[in-house]
Structures are given as C-alpha cells and as structure tokens.
Write a protein that binds this ligand. Structure first.
Ligand code: SF4
Length: 341
C-alpha cells in the first residue's frame, strides 16, 4: 500500500515531463490530497503548523513535485561516489534522523521528474571514471521507497544501472513498498539495504515506519529476487537489556532468512551518535523524547565535516563491536560485516 501525502505542490514546469504528468493525474483523482501549482520561482507556502512538532508533522505530509535544476551531483563518501538525486526528504518521523537538521522546520519531501536528464548525467559521471566502477547512492538525503508505488523512480534507476557495466546503484530504506522492483532486470548492479533495529528502538523512536518483521520480509523478497541485499543495524542504542533485544532482533533475521533461501550479503552496524545542534532540534520537535543524549556519558569526536559529535566511549564501542561480530559470525557465516562504527 502506498503512503500518500496530504498536500502536493507541483512546479508548473514539472507538468511538461511524463513523470510530472503521471503524478498530476494520480494525485488529482485522490480527493483526500490537496493539489496546488507553483509558478516559476514561487516558494512552497501554507503548510500548517504553529508549533514546532505540528510544523514538522505537516511538513512530512507535504510533497513538492519539481524539476531538478542543478545536475551537479553531490559526492557521497565513503559509501558511494555520488548521490543520485531522485527524492529528498522522508515521510518517516524518526527522532534521531540526520535529516532533522537539514530540511528546515517544515521538512517537506521533493521528487524530481526530469529523471531522464538525471540518469543521463549519471552516465556522464560513469564515463568520466571508466573503467573504474562508479557507485551512486539513492537514499543519501531521503527514503525514496514509500513514494515508489507512484513515482517509479527507483525502478527507472535500477533498469538504467542494469545497462551500465561500470555503474552501480544502492539505496537504504526502512520501508516495504518494494514489490514493483522484484521482477526488474537488475543484473545485480543495485544493492538494496534495509535499516533495522531492536523492537524497543523502533517503537520508541521510529514513528511512522513499518515494524521489524515487515522490513525483514521485504528484505527476504529482494534477496530472493537476486538483489544483493544488506542489513543496516542502527542506531544501536545501549539501553537496559539491549543485548537481549538485539539478540532477539538477530534471531528474527535468522528465522526470516532460512538456510535454503538467499542470505543477507552484508551487515553495517552504526552506534547512536548526536550533535549539539541535532539535540536542540530533536528536543524542540519531540519535547517528550527519551533518546539518550546526555553528553556526559559520551565521548566527543570531531567529524570529517568539521563539526563534532557525541559517540559512545571507547570501552562501550568495544562491547558493541564484540557483541555484533560474534553474533553475526555465528548466525550468518556467509555474510560480511562492512563496518561497525
Ligand atoms: S526512515 Fe530514515 S530517512 Fe526517514 S525519518 Fe527515519 S531515519 Fe530519517
């Protein structure tokens, strides 16, 4: 089932593109969606929300359908060479989300309809690096999967990359709307990673996202469809009883990936971290948050982009590393661990 926004703003010029027209027809026939047109250079306005939490929630229910003007792709180290700009923003409301500090007080989503130009630009970047492989990340500033049933952007990208001997595509999601991708010709050039967590973290902090089991069922489907499929565990949070809960989570993974089925190829483990700015935004948008953000219990670490973040102290990181390494090696002997950070 598709997740549908409450209001959609169309840039006028987006209607000149096949995807813009398709989305126009699709949203116009849904009476519960408010549809508006933006003149050139007109800004999105009129999203309701007087308080920070309400502005945030209404922003998450708003979509802008537009034309991607700049076709200079952002770099995306270390996981990929470039971001592939298909969508920005996400309908999810995860308290710890890195997007909370990036998209303003009304964090509306954007989908870009000039797909063909975007993919041609990707071909240009691939050509520049040939014969090296160039990797593109489709979820650097978004979770594009909930929109996929009506945009088809990921499907177009997957089919494009299937034809690129030197291009690879990857994206990560917490969502499950992947059925339209299962029968595509992908030639294993696209890696799909699912972000998972212990039930307690999902229930407490990942509002508006599917539970663990549906995510794993979706992951099992993409693996069975031959996609290289990875699991990203994060943010790992050290709460009372965390070892039991994360053991239960990994056991569920084991149950949903029986030995006679394709297995998760990789695991990525990311411990919880926060910046001072993120904490300020989180406490404004989620005044009741119970996210552990006491800097006295953390180690301050300078990040690669010049700002510092609070991470778990070295001894606790060692415990996390040991726990996940031994569990994954035992339960999933064929899977690799890309990193534990
Ligand atoms: S699903 Fe991912 S991108 Fe969306 S709010 Fe949650 S953490 Fe952020």
């Amino acid at each position: 089932m598709a997740l549908v926004p409450r209001r959609v703003f169309f840039e006028e010029e987006a209607l000149d593109y096949p995807l813009g027209k398709k989305l126009w027809d699709w949203f116009r026939q849904n009476k519960r969606v408010e549809v508006r047109v933006l003149k050139p250079r007109q800004r999105v306005s009129g999203i309701p929300g007087k308080t920070a939490p309400e502005a945030y929630r209404q922003g998450k229910r708003t979509l802008r359908v537009g034309v991607r003007k700049t076709l200079d792709f952002q770099t995306c180290k270390p996981s990929a060479h470039y971001q592939l700009p298909l969508v920005t923003g996400c309908m999810g409301q995860c308290e710890y989300c890195y997007l909370n500090t990036r998209l303003g007080k009304k964090p509306y989503l954007r989908v870009y309809v000039n797909l063909e130009e975007i993919l041609q630009r990707a071909a240009h970047y691939i050509g520049e690096r040939k014969p090296e492989i160039t990797v593109f990340e489709g979820a650097a500033v978004s979770d594009p999967v909930p929109l996929e049933p009506y945009t088809g952007s990921l499907a177009a990208a997957i089919e494009f990359f299937a034809d690129q001997p030197c291009g690879r595509f990857r994206f990560v999601t917490k969502y499950t709307e992947i059925d339209s991708l299962l029968l595509l010709e992908h030639r294993q050039h696209t890696t799909i990673r699912f972000s998972i967590n212990a039930d307690r973290v999902i229930e407490s902090y990942e509002h508006g996202t599917p539970g663990l089991v549906p995510r794993l069922e979706a992951a099992a489907k993409t693996a069975a469809a031959g996609y290289p499929t990875g699991l990203m565990v994060g943010p790992v949070i050290l709460f009372e009883g965390w070892e039991e809960e994360y053991t239960r989570m990994l056991t569920r993974v084991r149950d949903l990936f029986p030995d006679n089925q394709p297995q998760p190829a990789t695991f990525e483990i990311i411990s919880h971290r926060f910046t001072t700015r993120a904490r300020a935004v989180i406490t404004e948008v989620f005044p009741e948050t119970t996210l552990p953000m006491d800097e006295k219990t953390r180690r301050f670490k300078y990040g690669q982009f010049g700002y510092g973040k609070y991470v778990y102290p070295t001894e606790q990181m060692e415990v996390i590393r040991h726990f996940f390494t031994s569990q994954i090696e035992t339960l999933f002997p064929t899977a690799g661990i890309d990193y534990i950070v």
